[in-house]
Ligand binder design. Structure first.
Ligand SMILES: [Zn+2]
Length: 242
């Protein structure tokens, strides 16, 4: 075997190993990380090292309130503020991020919250609805009577809306975006919750968390369908919970 044969064989083996490596990496990234670790360390079972090489694709975020003020909505969500003098802050706030997630909805926005009296949040919901994203809102019927309730605006604009029609509270405060991300916490959709109260909102796209919220939303959506058998038996529904 001359040097030409040796060179050809080396190049061929190199190419084959590259193809095998990238094919395997694409299909089994976690397994490949473990294999590589096992070559260089006796701590191959150390999941912390493995997770550094293949970080989980899910995120977890917590927002705390109050913010000092509402952010400027033009700065936050309308492509920039052109006002020569603007009375609202041009800064990243918890509420700006909360709104970013709502505006990110493309295939669905399912809101399940005790009350909505924040005009800015109402506008965001209507913007998402008008953009063509299907929006559903579940809310406590008592909030219909609150001063500043904005349910009338939802109805006028054709947003799908259901209420519990019960003396008990529909006290959830969560929203599901594109059936992939959930935001939940102590946060009612009021001005005080944004700029005065101590509140928290937890956000994640981990399906183990999102899925039960989706199931709860669908269950309540069925329960609160007007004139349905379940709806008429709502008192039984509440006794089930005791
Ligand atoms: Zn501004």
């Amino acid at each position: 075997m001359n040097s030409w044969h040796i060179l050809t064989a080396s190049v061929t083996i190199g190419l084959i190993s590259e193809v095998v490596y990238y094919s395997y990496k694409k299909k089994y990234p976690q397994r490949l990380s473990s294999f590589i670790l096992s070559l260089f360390t006796s701590e191959a079972s150390d999941q912390r090292l493995i997770s550094k090489l293949s970080p989980p694709k899910y995120f977890y975020k917590v927002l705390f309130f109050p913010d000092e003020d509402y952010p400027c909505k033009f700065y936050a969500w309308k492509g920039g503020c052109k006002l020569p003098i603007c009375n609202f802050p041009h800064v990243e706030t918890s509420f700006k991020l909360f709104g970013d997630y709502l505006y990110s909805a493309r295939s669905s926005l399912d809101v399940c919250v005790y009350t909505i009296t924040s005009l800015v949040l109402c506008e965001i919901i209507l913007d998402v609805h008008k953009s063509g994203t299907p929006v559903r809102v579940i809310i406590d019927d008592e909030s219909d009577n609150f001063e500043g309730s904005l349910l009338k605006k939802f109805r006028e604009n054709g947003v799908k809306l259901r209420t519990d029609k019960s003396s008990f509270l529909m006290h959830h405060k969560f929203v599901i975006i594109d059936k992939e991300t959930v935001m939940n916490g102590s946060f009612n959709w009021t001005r005080n919750a944004i700029t005065a109260n101590n509140e928290n909102v937890f956000i994640t796209n981990n399906p183990e968390v999102v899925k039960p919220y989706m199931e709860e939303f669908e269950k309540l959506w069925r329960y609160f369908e007007p004139n349905s058998r379940l709806y008429m038996k709502r008192c039984g529904y509440h006794s089930d919970r005791q």
